[in-house]
Write a protein of this length. Structure first.
Lengths: 192, 192
DNA sequence: CCTTTCATTGAATATATATTCATTATATAG
DNA sequence: CTATATAATGAATATATATTCAATGAAAGG
């Protein structure tokens, strides 16, 4: 293995260990010593790969916001079907890819957490899924596939459930994952 | 106002400020200086009321686990109606009582957070609402009022939604609160 | 092989933050 | 009113943790 490959692998190990620890304990409660221990390296060495704990965190946020889970593609699909597809896709990814589950939960935790650096807040500001979904919910209400009610509140309910489930599965991968359909029923209009 | 009343009032101010800050930033990221600033007192004085930051946090957890939101009363009621009552009651409390909303979100955050002291973990260990609800969900499935599916997964979905909504409303009281009925529809069996 | 580069270490340093304490201000109780 | 208790302060101290750095080891490339 070349030096460059070694370096990249080491970097990935640190990022993965950092992701798990930041998710479980939060930024401030995670010691660089914890991360170094998790990877199996000395603290000093960790600083050869990342300038600071803050920069490591930033890098994870950067990866998170560019990942598939943060993408809300424009769509012409029927709104409720769109939410079904999003829920199916996310829950499937969460169930089958531990890294994706952790990253999804991490980003949503980072969004809520105040006191992040300016850089991090800037990266995260683009993510406001709850607000972005409101027009789609209105469209679904217009064609009677989504129930009546405050669209913002409906978006909060739907995404709270998705994010909460993701956190649970990320922290306890052995727990059974709920079905997407159940969550979509938060939005679905009752027949008649 | 007597000295004793003064002291009690001051103590309550510290607890309330601490609750808000711990909820927003987490234990480690919250500085005693932040709490003192929020109350409008010097750091030194804060230590006349609480032995340490840790003890202040413990006291909040103690209050939280003894509060109404942690109570899962035994019941003979029809299971789905029970979940309807719980959702109604909690969401109403969360909507109308900021302290309750914050406390509910705080306790659920504390439960997930690793690295708490032994004392705190002991206090929190009694709370495992998700597991406690499983028998009730099975009963509801037996009488066809709750949909088929893994009861544990159903409990996760239901409580993830409730907790997520509580966190959202606690952090942004101006946001519209979802209806209890929408959340209960995660569990509700479809007609026929 | 051997050399040279770079990964790696852990102790030393810098920094941030919890906690203490000597002192001052305030207000209660008598 | 005054004496006294206690509320209050903020600078000093202790401690924990991030970051640096000089020294060592290993292995890639010649």
């Amino acid at each position: 293995m070349s030096r460059a490959e070694q370096k990249e692998k080491r970097r990935a190990q640190i990022l993965d260990a950092g992701l798990g620890l930041f998710l479980r304990k939060g930024f401030a409660a995670t010691k660089v010593q914890d991360i170094a221990d998790a990877v199996g390296m000395s603290v000093g060495l960790l600083f050869n790969y990342f300038e600071s704990k803050e920069k490591l965190y930033e890098e994870l946020v950067r990866i998170g916001v560019s990942g598939p889970q943060s993408v809300m593609p424009a769509t012409d699909a029927e709104p409720l079907e769109y939410f079904e597809a999003v829920a199916e896709g996310l829950l499937h990814a969460i169930r089958s890819q531990p890294f994706t589950a952790k990253m999804f939960a991490f980003v949503n935790q980072a969004v809520r957490n105040e006191g992040a650096s300016e850089t991090v807040r800037g990266l995260l500001s683009q993510i406001d899924t709850i607000t972005q979904c409101i027009p789609l919910i209105k469209a679904g209400q217009a064609n009677k596939t989504i129930r009546a009610g405050n669209p913002y509140a409906l978006s909060i309910a739907f995404w709270s459930a998705i994010v909460g489930i993701a956190e649970m599965i990320a922290l306890e991968p052995a727990a059974p994952c709920p079905e997407a359909e159940w969550v979509v029923d938060i939005l679905r209009a009752k027949p008649q």
